[in-house]
Design a protein around this ligand. Structure first.
Ligand code: ATP
Length: 315
């Protein structure tokens, strides 16, 4: 039995080794892609996870599979495409702000087809997770939509992280439409305050209320960067500040936040909609602590702190 199966992009993040080296940057190649980061965090904190994805038949693809396997993620649903290269992303850090550009013409992640998915990995899981990066191009867009339909038919809990990356979309309107579709499918939503401003020009409380009342979500988690997070279910809500840290790289912090939060909530046998403020707050404290600690180290998966490190800071 699995707790979470995710479908989505698996790629290599090229990030400057030292922030600010714009003229002659030295780039580190690190495993990336939000679904993989999310699952790796879940696995680190005790959950059982699997990924449905596609990489190239190349050295980067092999390394990504190895990294996820070492992180405890089931990798038999990761396909290798001999015709295209593993997707690459380039991260630019300027004054703490990250911007992305993607080498994806096409990247292997966009070539995933529904017919080739190992659906038994969805059958065996309690939750099915997806984001918006697999919705930008075909055939991965159709594969994602069909996989969501399949998971819903099987009664799985659907979780969604918009993970809006403007350069990947032909227009903001198209991104808004696809992300709105994703939000309509989900029981549990992790969204950032920037994404709520982009979608509806609203703050965390109004956004979470709208997602619960109009979109039918059971639980909404809004990430607020260094300010922490805001969580809301049908029965409770909490605003939890992040611990003060000195970040060197926030790549993957949102994914690690979500994996850490879900690792605390999945073992509770209560429906997500019925979680009360105390239960939400406990999960949120663990999650902001894990995510903030991760910002003190470079990269996504390699930066995930151990449960002991998180507990030590939590006191
Ligand atoms: P992503 O950019 O990966 O999509 P996100 O926008 O969802 O992520 P953030 O809001 O940046 O995620 O951050 C998630 C969590 O990471 C926060 O709740 C916080 O715990 C931690 N975090 C992020 N940035 C900082 C920071 N500058 N200082 C301390 N903690 C941070």
């Amino acid at each position: 039995m699995l707790d979470v199966t995710a479908l989505g992009e698996l790629l290599v993040d090229f990030a400057p080794v030292e922030a600010g080296g714009d003229t002659d940057p030295v780039l580190a190649a690190r495993p990336g892609g939000a679904p993989g980061n999310y699952l790796a965090a879940l696995s680190k904190y005790g959950a059982r996870t699997a990924l449905l994805a596609k990489v190239g038949e190349d050295a980067f693809g092999a390394r990504l599979v190895d990294t996820l396997a070492a992180a405890g993620v089931e990798t038999r649903g990761i396909l290798r495409d001999p015709d295209v290269f593993t997707t690459l992303a380039f991260v630019t850090l300027r004054e703490g702000e990250r911007t992305f550009s993607f080498a994806r013409k096409p990247g292997a992640d966009t070539r995933l087809r529904f017919e080739e998915l190992d659906l038994s990995l969805i059958d065996q899981a309690r939750c099915f997770h997806f984001g918006s990066l697999s919705l930008t191009d075909e055939p991965a867009g159709s594969a994602t939509r069909q996989a969501v339909d399949y998971a819903k038919e099987k009664g799985k809990c659907i979780t969604f992280d918009p993970n809006y990356r403007p350069p990947l979309w032909p227009s903001p309107a198209r991104a808004r439409a696809e992300i709105t579709w994703g939000l309509e499918q989900a029981d549990v939503i992790k969204i950032s305050e920037e994404e709520l401003s982009f979608l509806w020009d609203c703050g965390p409380e109004a956004g979470a209320r709208r997602l619960l009342e109009e979109f039918g979500a059971s639980l909404v988690m809004v990430t607020l960067g260094p300010k922490g997070c805001y969580l809301k279910s049908g029965q409770g809500a909490c605003l939890v500040p992040a611990p003060r840290v000195r970040p060197v790289d926030t790549t993957g912090a949102g994914d690690i936040f979500f994996g850490a939060a879900m690792s605390r909530l999945l073992p509770l046998t209560i429906p997500f909609r019925s979680l009360d403020s105390d239960q939400l707050e406990q999960a949120a404290r663990f999650a902001v602590t894990a995510a903030s600690l991760s910002t003190q180290r470079p990269g996504g998966i390699p930066s995930i702190p151990s449960e002991e490190e998180v507990r030590a800071l939590l006191g």
